[in-house]
Design a protein around this ligand. Structure first.
Ligand code: ADP
Ligand code: ZN
Length: 722
């Protein structure tokens, strides 16, 4: 090939053609360095027929490629995934392929460092220092500095030993190999129904065929143990596995569990990695050496050499949807990756998404069920507390029956969890004198008081301010009042009720790293915490046998705003958090505080009749033509210049094509009318399922132009309706 089409890592540009200089070998998938003006850009060689270019350049005007990365070319399955993702989510292919090349250091090839070790030769002139050094170093190997530290001598002593041949340099790859998980390290004895489920999933791995399966089992039924058997099967075959988790906070407990089962940790991939860890993981994944990777959604685009299984754990989680950049949903992309790789995909959940249920109904996904909790554990009984009947005192949020339950639980030496999905102390602060409300200067949002850090914070853009002593509007001192509860305020209330109780707050403000999560787990397991007050961060994954009481402070909270998934999300969230109770031998109890105990979703939670809830919800979606029976796409127009954003949004609205089965709503100011200093307008496209709505939008927006200060973002299958 003397001419190559290259997808360069610049989302504003289409594919470009280059000349392949003599002596350079490239093929589709090769990662190359290409000149662009005076700069150099990374890019990936692509099949020209799959990536049409609108600017064909003659052979004589082509510039030479400058180099090829010494890593394996991106495989066809990953290239097809990039194309599909770009197409489906209306994103530039360059923005998608960038997610695959997520460590530039890894592309620079192997990197070696010089380490030193003893040769066994004993020098003739053996000073006491030299003797001490050789004795302490023994058969260890390391940098000069490290050996000097081990031996407690100066660097000079080590260099001297090197000069006379008692110590020698060795070149080592800085990316040390990963340990290989042992599929037979500590397998559990599975119960019959678990055995049956595990057998089915393991057979799919052996079959090496695309097969999505919903692994549906209540919390504590052993879903993890069961899909670990499929993981073991892939390891036995020497094939790679990807396990996707919805949140990096869940990584730490997962690593520990994996270690218990397979004897070593898997490779972790998330945004918290240092660049050397990133590099090491990327290279091991590309070479096939890293057998099991656990990661956040970005792990989906890594260049696995031989993927044999994908698991999406807590597959119903909405955090799998990426909120900016390429708006992909990791669950859907995982299924597509499985399709291109021809491997099974397991979607594990106790509360599957309606979309997933529907795929099972249609026969597109298989289903494996685990009917009950493992062992003696029983699902906890859920009771509603009617807040109209059992009103908490003024300025309090925990209703009397829940206070009694907390008291009983404490007396038994057991642990409780209070759930409220609101960080901080209070969601709104106002001046009691003049009524001034603290609003973010950059967003249409109230500033949230955080007492622990003594700040007001915007949860949308991150803007923070100190809490002022006086009202900035009227100047009145000490006039600010907190309205409504956040977790910090509930924790205060608990401490006032039970001064003896040891209380922990668990939110992304307190558990912001895997190490913090590990510390929290350690304290819970050691019984050093009596009552946890937490946000959705504590609703999943954790397994604390002594936790027997769960209280939901405001079960109605998620129903506010009423987007199409509000009821579903409330059901999932409360089922998940309920699932934290009674996971051991002691039975659990769950109380949900609500103003509408008769609402359908509350009834479904109390009776535990998930099937009835899903049936009703699916029917309602069907009537409304909502997903999965129809599609939505949001077009968000934003600019710092409000008038400009509005004009463009209206122009887009006017240009909307008349298409059968498609309806365009808006433009209207988005519910979050200002975000990070940008004014936002929104159009909502609603279409029947069979319509290629992406194609329509591509043609529609492609024919329009707007000033550079306006940004137009398309969100296909939106989850956030803000
Ligand atoms: P899920 O993922 O469905 O919530 P887990 O896999 O976390 O369930 O299992 C819940 C608890 O029960 C865990 O502590 C797990 O180790 C334990 N468990 C499940 N099945 C078995 C088994 N067959 N043998 C031993 N322990 C099991
Ligand atoms: Zn803000």
């Amino acid at each position: 090939m003397s001419r190559a089409r290259v997808l360069v890592l610049n989302s504003a540009l289409g594919p470009l053609d280059y000349r392949v200089p003599h002596g350079m070998a490239v093929e589709p998938g090769s990662i190359v360095v290409a000149p662009l003006g005076p700069r150099q850009l990374l890019g990936v060689v692509w099949e020209p027929e799959r990536l049409p270019s609108d600017a064909e350049v003659g052979d004589n005007r082509l510039r030479n490629l400058m180099g090829v990365a010494s890593v394996p070319p991106l495989r066809p399955a990953l290239r097809r995934l990039v194309e599909w993702t770009a197409d489906y989510y209306l994103a530039p292919p360059a923005a998608v392929v960038r997610m695959a090349l997520s460590s530039t250091s890894a592309l620079e090839g192997a990197r070696v460092v010089t380490e030193y070790r003893a040769t066994g030769l004993v020098p003739e002139r053996l000073t006491p220092q030299r003797a001490q050094a050789l004795e302490r170093i023994g058969d260890r190997q390391g940098l000069i500095r490290e050996l000097a530290t081990i031996a407690d001598v100066s660097d000079g002593v080590i260099r001297g030993l090197c000069k006379i041949g008692a110590i020698e340099p060795v070149e080592v790859d800085i990316d040390s190999p990963y340990p290989v998980p042992d599929p037979d390290h500590a397998p559990p004895t599975l119960a019959d129904d678990q055995q049956h489920a595990a057998g089915t999933l393991a057979r799919d791995v052996v079959a090496k065929a695309f097969r999505p399966t919903l692994l549906d089992g209540v919390t504590g039924s052993g879903k993890t143990e069961v899909y670990f058997e499929a993981v073991a099967e892939a390891i036995r075959a020497g094939r790679q596995v990807l396990v996707l988790l919805p949140e990096i906070a869940l990584t730490e407990p997962f690593l520990k569990r994996f270690h218990d089962r397979f004897g070593c940790e898997p490779v972790a991939w998330h945004s918290g990695l240092r660049s050397t860890q990133r590099r090491r993981a990327w290279r091991a994944i590309a070479s096939g050496e890293a057998l099991v990777t656990v990661g956040a959604r970005s792990a989906l685009f890594l260049p696995y050499a031989d993927l044999g299984l994908i698991v999406v754990d807590e597959a119903h989680e909405t955090s799998f949807k990426q909120g900016d950049g390429v708006h992909y949903h990791a669950r859907d992309v995982a299924v597509m990756r499985g399709k291109f790789e021809e491997c099974p995909v397991i979607l594990a959940s106790a509360t599957p998404a309606i979309e997933t249920r529907q795929q099972v109904t249609l026969g597109n996904y298989a289903e494996v069920k685990l009917p009950g909790r493992y062992g003696a554990a029983e699902l906890p009984a859920i009771e509603a507390i009617d807040l109209l009947e059992h009103k908490p005192d003024r300025g309090r949020w925990i209703a009397p029956p829940l206070v009694v339950a907390l008291e009983e639980t404490l007396a038994r030496g057991e642990q409780s969890l209070l759930f409220l999905n609101r960080r901080g102390y209070a969601p709104l602060t106002l001046c009691r004198h003049c009524g001034h409300r603290f609003q973010c200067p950059n967003c249409t949002a109230w500033m949230v008081e955080h007492r622990l850090t003594r700040r007001l914070a915007c949860h949308h853009c991150g803007h923070i301010e100190p809490i002022p002593r006086a009202c900035p509007e009227c100047g009145e001192e000490d006039s600010l009042v907190a309205c409504g509860p956040g977790v910090e305020r509930i924790a205060d209330e608990v401490s006032a009720l039970f001064p003896e109780a040891r209380v922990a707050i668990v939110t992304s403000d307190t558990i912001w790293s895997p190490a913090k999560a590990a510390e929290f787990v350690g304290r819970m397991e050691a019984g050093a915490i009596d009552i946890v007050v937490g946000t959705q961060l504590v609703t999943k994954g954790y397994h604390f046998p002594n936790l027997t009481l769960v209280g939901v402070i405001d079960a109605d909270l998620g129903l506010e705003g009423g987007d199409l998934r509000a009821a579903e999300r409330t059901f999932q969230q409360i089922r998940q958090v309920s699932g934290r109770a009674g996971r051991g031998e002691k039975p659990g109890r769950v109380f949900i505080q609500t103003h509408s105990p008769g609402a359908q979703v509350m009834q479904a939670l109390i009776t535990g009749d998930a099937d009835a809830f899903y049936a009703a919800e699916i029917e309602a979606r069907q009537d409304a033509g909502a997903p999965p029976f129809g599609r939505y796409a949001a077009i968000i127009v934003s600019s710092e210049d409000q008038g400009c954003a509005k004009d463009v949004a209206q122009a887009i609205g006017r240009a909307a094509p008349q298409v059968d089965g498609m309806h365009v709503y808006g433009p209207a100011p988005a519910p979050l009318a200002m975000l990070r200093g940008r004014h936002r307008f929104r159009l909502l496209v609603h279409a029947r399922r069979a319509l290629d709505v992406q194609d329509v939008i591509r043609g529609w927006l492609g024919a329009l132009d707007w000033p550079a200060k306006v940004r137009v973002a398309v969100d296909v299958d939106p989850y956030s309706f803000l």
